[in-house]
Design a protein around this ligand. Structure first.
Ligand SMILES: Cc1cc2nc3c(=O)[nH]c(=O)nc-3n(C[C@H](O)[C@H](O)[C@H](O)COP(=O)(O)OP(=O)(O)OC[C@H]3O[C@@H](n4cnc5c(N)ncnc54)[C@H](O)[C@@H]3O)c2cc1C
Length: 410
């Protein structure tokens, strides 16, 4: 047991976990949150359902974080998905596992996760102060000495920064922690939006709401294929979004920052190679030869895309299917395999699910989350240079790094 005074900045997923763990270890913990309520972002995660974690094994889990993922081995060895699930069950949040190993609260409500955490930190003895904005951290002789909050200096023996990234700033995550970390002489890997929708150069507003399942999207950067993903994509307000687009968006944001040309090619029929697709077209156009082409195509692609096909190809939509020439059929086949959209820009932080970049993990002890630069300063959660795919990976990082920091603090 210790009687240290600890300040945690930010009552998100990471901050609440860290605060509760530190209080359980006997510290006097004050959790400072700038918003009127804790966990604003947590409360809107997973489309309001909160994808808490994923049951993938450690190696697969870590692979979702790119090259920096290795940093997580130590914290995951102390607190991983099974521990998090047990923790939530214990605090009254039973969970269910869904497709792709995604874990959600059984109630389907992210707000249940927030209120269970809020009750738990209170039971642990954490003093939660909302409407409390930290403006500065105080450092004395390379030791953390306290913070300035709402203009007042507060002394502390240790400080945990859990202010999150810069995405969805309306939830309170406005990137303040980067300034605190810089002040503590930490290096910040440039922050960029990730898991973010991509705006198409040509308007796609007529496709608004269209969801394409089981398609393949390929990303071309300066005309060179970079990667491809299979699954679901959606058209929303002149943007491409949905799981497979979000997954590729991090690389695309980086390419666009380097003024590279980005195109997305959608293969609407990935299960059929060119020959099989051609046989299918011949069959459809023969058996339904008297019908207009646009009507026959309805059996192959969603209605919303029919207009798009004929706007792109010089083929009469109303001619009868039996009169299509082989050249026209080839054009059609190519389009179905390569519906190409040039990307104008990525959407801003306000619409990004996560922030890429952040406090360099090289300067953080992976066992404890303590800064290697300033004694008794801990940095956790999305503020670190760690960003994973969708699927529950990012919240596990917030909870695991929070757990480790809260338990390690002296
Ligand atoms: C729309 C959306 C959906 C998402 N869905 C999922 C999902 O289903 N599964 C998943 O794994 N991940 C999801 N994520 C990502 C996940 O929410 C974040 O990675 C995670 O919340 C990061 O936790 P954190 O505690 O580090 O930061 P945050 O949750 O951002 O919390 C930081 C807190 O610090 C406070 N704060 C900031 N500055 C100050 C200051 N100066 N003083 C005091 N307080 C301050 C903020 O108000 C905030 O409450 C989603 C993100 C978004 C935007």
């Amino acid at each position: 047991m210790n009687n240290n005074k600890i300040i945690v900045i930010g009552a998100g997923a990471a901050g609440m976990m860290a605060a509760g763990q530190a209080a359980l270890a006997g510290a006097e913990v004050t959790l400072l949150e700038k918003m009127p309520r804790p966990g604003r972002k947590l409360g809107i995660t997973g489309k309001g359902r909160c994808n808490i974690t994923n049951i993938a094994n450690v190696a697969d889990f870590i692979a979702h974080f790119g090259k920096n993922g290795r940093f997580l081995y130590q914290s995951f060895s102390r607190f991983f998905s099974g521990d998090l699930i047990a923790f939530f069950e214990e605090i009254g949040v039973p969970v269910v596992t869904e497709r792709g190993g995604r874990v959600f609260p059984a109630s389907g409500k992210a707000t249940d996760v927030v209120s269970a955490l809020e009750k738990w930190i209170k039971r642990c003895g954490v003093i939660l102060q909302t409407n409390s904005t930290v403006e500065q951290i105080l450092i004395k002789n390379n030791h953390l000495a306290g913070v300035i909050c709402n203009g007042k200096a507060l002394r502390a023996d240790a400080v945990i920064i859990a202010t999150g990234g810069a995405s969805y700033p309306r939830t309170g995550s406005t990137g303040d922690g980067y300034e605190f970390a810089k002040f503590a002489t930490h290096s910040i890997i440039p922050v960029r939006p990730a898991l973010v929708p991509l705006e198409t150069e040509k308007s796609t507003s007529h496709l608004n709401g269209l969801k394409l399942r089981n398609v393949k999207a390929k990303c071309f950067i300066n005309n060179k294929k970079q990667r491809e993903e299979f699954g679901e994509l959606t058209f929303i307000d002149d943007t491409l979004s949905g799981p497979i687009i979000l997954k590729m968006s991090g690389d695309i944001v980086d390419a666009m920052r380097n003024s590279q040309n980005v195109e997305i090619s959608i293969d609407l029929k990935p299960a059929l190679d060119e020959q099989k697709l051609d046989r299918r077209l011949v069959r459809d156009f023969t058996t339904r030869g008297k019908e207009p082409l646009n009507s026959v195509l309805r059996g192959l692609i969603p209605r919303e895309l029919i207009r798009e096909v004929f706007a792109n190809l010089a083929i009469d939509a109303n001619k009868s299917a039996s009169t299509i020439t082989s050249k026209e059929r080839k054009q059609l086949r190519n389009w179905l395999k390569d519906f190409r959209l040039k990307i104008k820009k990525h959407r801003p932080f306000a619409e990004a699910i996560i922030t890429a970049g952040g406090v360099s993990t090289k300067e953080i002890n992976p066992k404890t989350m303590e800064s290697k630069k300033i004694k008794n300063l801990y940095i956790i959660g999305e503020l670190l240079d760690l960003n994973g795919d969708t699927g529950g990976y990012n919240l596990q990082v917030a909870f695991s790094t929070g757990f480790v920091a809260g338990q390690s603090i002296e």
